[in-house]
Design a protein around this ligand. Structure first.
Ligand code: C2E
Ligand code: MG
Length: 552
């Protein structure tokens, strides 16, 4: 049994959980649910539950006890109550056998549900989730069936699907018991947010759902969604850990005409996806265009999965110029997908999808292999920079992929540079740092890309000696303005002090070029010098630059 009873240290205390727990059960209609204290006394119960108690237990007055449902020599209930865990017991009843589901013990007691006994009952057939005491998928089915049966012209019935951003990271870094505790705390906060209006259910993992009746749609729902997002963004203190997560919420309305509950959940799921891709920590209502967007995304996913086999990827190379003399010092490899249906697709349109569907490993390895092979064929030993997705560090395959690309191509490791973003270092830092050190020991250069845009934690710079800092083009684009100039200068000083060389991206004008040169930036790239070019154009470009530099 997980020890998940750590009190919620958030400002919204745990004391109102009793009302919340029971309310959600009551709201779920004709369910037979009771809240029972640790000794087996029924603290509160739905009418359906009371109806199932033997008449003599009810008529006797005084405290109602759960053991009224058991024969006096049946000790299973006592054993169940002695544990704080959940379980299901088959009991005989005048109306036919019943499955009695004991929810896990919470500070306020535990939920007990009664339902007709089904063959081979197991915990997932009960309506309550053993970890959080919330209703589970079965409870949701019952609620939706009830919505289906009852017309309610006065209100919209709404489903809010909630996904915890970064929950996996909590599990991975702090362990599953803390992850379980977090879910219990989240459940508590959700129930307090609802304050008796509607029900919170847990469908599995960190997937929770709020079902809700809004008679002032969409205003109430918006308020509710906003309250959920802001409550879950507050810090949790669990087992001595300060945990900051956030939540994304997808909202869909029940349509009695549709009569298809899986569609309702699909709509909520699509809205949730939109909330997540829109930046997380927000809510989104379902809109019909999300369905066609999802279809287009699925089509693209199929084509992307085939693209490697069809040899639809290409690398283009953008020159990196040494600002001291205008000579070429290297090239950045940038991937392009030349799709039969879509033409040239830029990485911003498919790298995210490739990351989501796991294709990023194969695509990223292809990029490293191809860049090494092509660079090995260049006339001069220019460096070649390859962008690496943070996900490529997962599973430890990156080091092997780089080693075999270097070996296959014969490229001097010192000519290969991997560009990683700060995002790669946010989690699992130790695991990633080990890989970065191995790559460095192999002689490969590591550059921090887009510096200044993400978290810009100087801790990352302390933890790993990057060879190069790449100043993001957003600073360079703003270089004429005083503040951006100051920031660029500060980054250059910092890099210099830490023994890293610098490169500025996105240089588009002579003025930016001048400013960067005067500030002491070492390299630059951008359309001012040259746009990314296909491999076949490199030799002619290099010859042209050599002439100019030679002439200058
Ligand atoms: P990045 O690493 O910051 O690459 C620079 C981006 O700026 C490139 O866009 C480049 O074409 C563009 N750029 C270059 N000069 C200028 C300029 O003067 N002005 C402006 N406005 N833009 C300029 P691109 O090729 O669309 O790549 C976008 C991003 O996609 C890259 O950003 C990189 O993060 C990612 N990417 C590209 N190739 C790969 C790859 O092989 N693997 C992975 N994982 N990511 C890649
Ligand atoms: Mg880059």
């Amino acid at each position: 049994m997980t020890d998940h009873l750590t009190p919620d240290t958030s400002t919204d205390g745990a004391t109102s959980a009793a009302g919340g727990l029971l309310e959600q059960a009551v709201r779920s209609g004709s369910l037979a649910i009771a809240l029972v204290d640790a000794q087996g006394t029924i603290v509160d119960a739905t009418p359906a539950f009371i109806d199932l108690l033997p008449p003599e237990a009810v008529e006797a007055g005084g405290a109602l006890r759960l053991d009224a449902l058991f024969s006096p020599d049946d000790h299973r209930l006592a054993a169940g109550l002695a544990s704080d865990g959940a379980g299901v017991l088959r009991i005989e009843h005048s109306g036919g056998p019943l499955a009695l589901s004991l929810g896990s013990l919470q500070p306020v007691g535990r939920l007990v549900t009664l339902m007709p006994f089904l063959e081979s009952p197991c915990i997932d057939k009960a309506v309550s989730d053993p970890l959080t005491g919330l209703g589970n998928r079965n409870a949701l089915k019952q609620i939706l069936a009830q919505w289906q049966a009852e017309a309610d012209p006065e209100a919209e019935r709404v489903v809010l699907m909630i996904d915890l951003d970064r929950f996996k990271q909590v599990n991975d870094t702090l362990g599953h018991p803390i992850g379980d505790d977090l879910l219990v705390h989240v459940a508590g906060r959700l129930e307090r947010t609802l304050d008796g209006d509607g029900a919170v259910l847990r469908l599995g993992g960190d997937e929770m759902i709020v079902v809700y009746r809004d008679d002032d749609y969409p205003r109430q729902t918006e308020r509710m969604a906003q309250a959920i997002v802001s409550r879950l963004a507050r810090t949790f203190l669990i087992g001595g850990h300060q945990i900051d997560i956030s939540a994304s919420v997808g909202i869909a309305c029940f349509d009695p005409e549709e009569g298809d509950t899986s569609r309702l959940l699909m709509h909520a799921d699509l809205a949730l996806y939109a909330a997540k891709t829109g930046g997380r920590n927000q809510y989104c209502f379902f809109e019909p265009h999300l369905e066609s967007a999802a279809q287009a995304r699925r089509d693209m996913e199929v084509r992307l999965r085939r693209a490697l086999a069809l040899e639809e990827f290409q690398l283009v190379y953008q020159p990196q110029i040494s600002l001291s003399d205008g000579s070429i010092s290297g090239f950045e490899a940038l991937i392009r997908w030349v799709s039969e249906d879509h033409g040239v697709v830029l990485p911003a349109q498919f790298i995210g999808l490739a990351e989501e569907i796991g294709e990023i490993h194969a695509i990223g390895e292809w990029a490293i292999r191809t860049a090494c092979r092509e660079a090995a064929g260049w006339d001069a030993p220019y460096s070649v920079a390859v962008n690496v997705s943070p996900l490529q560090f997962e599973g430890g395959r990156l080091v092997t992929a780089v080693a075999s690309a270097l070996e296959e191509s014969g490229l001097d490791p010192g000519r290969l540079e991997l560009e990683i973003t700060e995002e790669a270092l946010i989690d699992k830092t130790r695991e990633i740092l080990e890989q970065l050190w191995t790559l460095r020991e192999m002689g490969v250069c590591i550059a921090m890309d887009d510096f200044g845009t993400g978290y810009s934690s100087l801790g990352y710079l302390r933890n790993f000696p990057f060879s190069r800092l790449k100043i993001d083009q957003s600073f360079v684009g703003g270089a004429p303005d005083e503040r951006s100039r100051t920031l660029v200068s500060a980054i250059l000083v910092l890099a210099n002090e830490l023994d890293m060389t610098t490169i500025a991206g996105g240089v588009e004008t002579e003025q930016q070029h001048q400013i960067l040169t005067q500030s002491g930036c070492v390299r630059a790239q951008g359309h001012f010098f040259a746009p990314p070019m296909p491999p076949g154009a490199i030799a002619a470009y290099c010859a042209g630059v050599a002439k100019t530099v030679g002439a200058g």
